[in-house]
Ligand binder design. Structure first.
Ligand code: 1GP
Length: 246
């Protein structure tokens, strides 16, 4: 289909905010998929730091039977690849200094990605300290950017933009104690033109509002919906209300 990035850009150009639901293939909940469809969720991201039991292809096929929301792979590793998805976030962990996550894994996955029909979206993945250690920090073996150093986040995001990456993902880590703070989001927003995704620890409507008001174009929610899928109704309402005001 190869138009997901254009969709993201066109919504951003109109100032419209986007809501993404993160699905861990090991914990797929079909009621959440149905609620996502009913409540106008823009994107389903699929992936996880560790995927143990599930076959990501079967999960995506099941999702596709239920809805037409675009499915984007948000890979915890280059093994999380499936032609059933619409797009693939080719993540470079630019806040870290682990060469495998800057180029090594990309080389391993390159041939398969090139052969696939997936829309590949190069994404600058930036970890921000969340008050306690998270799975993504441990697995990636990288240090996050300190939450009180927006200038480092800004310089990192600008570097990503100059390198030609298409999206910037500000990540506090799944289930983070504190989401990415508004000062960091605002500072990065001022510094770059790329669409900004914010995720990690967004578990109530106030946090949804804060991230979007600070300048996130898209927010990603996983954990809060794993705990209670009904939250999607209020989160989607916040996004739709903000979009209606325009
Ligand atoms: C994690 O940003 C995502 O990669 C979502 O985080 O699970 O805390 O919502 P949560």
């Amino acid at each position: 289909m190869h138009n997901l990035y254009s969709y993201i850009l066109s919504k951003k150009a109109k100032g419209l905010k986007q809501l993404a639901v993160l699905i861990d293939p090991d914990k797929i909940n079909y009621r959440l998929i149905d609620l996502s469809k009913k409540n106008g969720v823009d994107h389903l991201l699929i992936g996880g730091s560790i995927v143990t039991e599930s076959n990501i292809t079967i999960c995506i096929q099941e999702i596709k039977k239920r809805c037409s929301i675009p499915v984007t792979i948000f890979p915890g590793s280059y093994l999380q690849l499936s032609n059933e998805a619409d797009a693939f976030l080719l993540l470079s962990l630019i806040s870290g200094r682990n060469p495998e996550l800057l180029i090594g894994n990309h080389v391993m996955a390159a041939q398969s990605l090139k052969k696939s029909k997936l829309e590949i979206i190069p994404t600058g993945y930036i970890l921000i300290d969340a008050g306690e250690s998270t799975a993504v920090q441990y697995i990636s073996n990288t240090m996050p950017i300190p939450a009180n150093k927006p200038e480092i986040a800004v310089a990192t995001a600008i570097a990503g933009e100059l390198l030609g990456l298409k999206l910037i993902y500000l990540e506090a880590g799944s289930g983070a104690l504190h989401p990415v703070n508004e000062c960091i989001i605002k500072s990065v927003r001022k510094a770059i033109d790329l669409p900004i995704i914010v995720g990690g620890g967004i578990n109530n409507s106030t946090k949804v509002k804060n991230a979007l008001n600070a300048g996130a174009d898209m927010i990603v929610i996983g954990n809060a919906l794993e705990q209670n899928e009904n939250h999607i109704i209020e989160f989607a309402e916040v996004v739709h209300k903000m979009n209606k005001k325009l």
